[in-house]
Design a protein around this ligand. Structure first.
Ligand code: TYM
Length: 321
């Protein structure tokens, strides 16, 4: 079974990325042939400063490795080191109906957020389909926001197989973990850089993390009153990090009343800080070892490229090249 997923280097990863994709993907490292990559071609749709893009790729590589991506088990590379994927994108573009892309909500969302429409932004899901299909991927662990893109990838694979021959391309399955499908941000909306509501895995300092957690939106129930645990963003976030007993304790305390939200935010803050401490320590070491990080990405690109070549040759032959 091939497991594949990608993440854009559009800034430092946040805990939505962590619980929505990184952690579930890393769990799958033991269950099959894991392929993970940094989607820098995709980031060209929004990051236009070359120095920033380069730095983001480097930071993200270190962050993912620090979080537990194991290069002994998983192949890890930078998307643009396997340029075959852009050739497949073109071939797939020619079987992709316009309507399929016109229906994509993420394109419409980005335009609404003020990103200038470009052909790259519109065709983004075709590149994503190529990422997946060029490695004969079976399972793609993602957050819920990628569900539609996965449906597009499946549709494109089926259209291609219809036109050129059954079973030429593997039709992939999304794997979306129910409990962390959409991790909420500080304001309860989906955690996302574009909403400015993120908590990064590696906030610069402990103080900065605390400041962010103190911004989690709450209602104005007075300190002494009982509070409703069911619609609290504090608890929704706390559940990601704390074990069941701790969560039950906090819920009971909410119902009992007598504590202000600041008290629970402090607990949330300390729990998050401790959760990522071992990874933070690994990160510090990796930061000083660029040769190791470069080596992992190079080695990964070599392996990924060999597989990509094989599928691309199959496709080129099928379409008449
Ligand atoms: P990206 O870089 O926006 O996000 C990376 C992964 O994190 C997940 N995610 C979340 N999950 C739960 N809650 C959240 N608040 C949250 N925010 C982000 C995303 O669902 C994603 O799984 N187009 C992709 C990158 C990509 C890709 C691929 C993924 C390019 N090619 C091929 C899979 C397969 C993207 O922009 O993800």
């Amino acid at each position: 079974m091939r497991i594949l997923s990608g993440i854009q280097p559009s800034g430092r990863p946040h805990i939505g990325n962590y619980f929505g994709m990184m952690e579930p993907a890393m769990q799958l490292q033991n269950e099959g042939d894991a392929f993970f990559f940094i989607a820098d071609y995709h980031s060209l749709t929004s990051t236009h400063d070359p120095a920033v893009l380069r730095q983001n790729v480097r930071d993200l590589a270190i962050d993912f490795l620090a979080c537990g991506l194991d290069p002994e088990k998983a192949t890890f590379w930078r998307q643009s080191d396997v340029p075959e994927v852009t050739e497949l994108t073109w071939i797939l573009s020619c079987v992709t109906p316009m309507g399929l892309l016109e229906r994509c909500v993420s394109y419409k969302d980005k335009i609404e957020q003020g990103i200038k429409p470009s052909h790259g932004l519109f065709a983004y899901p075709v590149l994503q389909a190529a990422d997946i299909l060029i490695f004969d991927s079976n399972v793609v662990p993602v957050g819920k926001d990628q569900k539609q893109h996965l449906e597009v990838s499946r549709d494109i694979a089926m259209k291609f197989n219809d036109r050129y021959g059954a079973d030429l391309l593997v039709v992939p399955e999304p794997r979306i973990r129910e409990t962390t499908a959409t991790v909420p941000g500080l304001d309860g909306r989906k955690m996302s850089k574009s909403y400015d509501n993120t908590i990064n895995i590696f906030e610069e300092t402990k103080k900065k993390l605390r400041k962010k957690i103190m911004k989690v939106v709450t209602d104005s129930t007075p300190v002494e009153d009982p509070k409703n645990p069911d619609d609290s963003y504090i608890l929704q976030l706390y559940q990601l990090f704390a074990d069941k007993e701790k969560v039950a304790e906090m819920e009971a305390s909410f119902r009992a009343g007598g504590q202000g939200y600041g008290y629970y935010k402090q607990e949330l803050f300390e729990t998050i800080w401790e959760f990522f401490l071992p990874m933070r320590a690994r990160r510090e070491k990796l930061e000083k070892d660029s040769d190791y990080v470069d080596g992992v990405l190079e080695e990964g690109a070599k392996k990924a490229r060999a597989k990509a070549r094989e599928v691309l040759d199959r496709v080129r032959n099928a379409v008449g090249m």
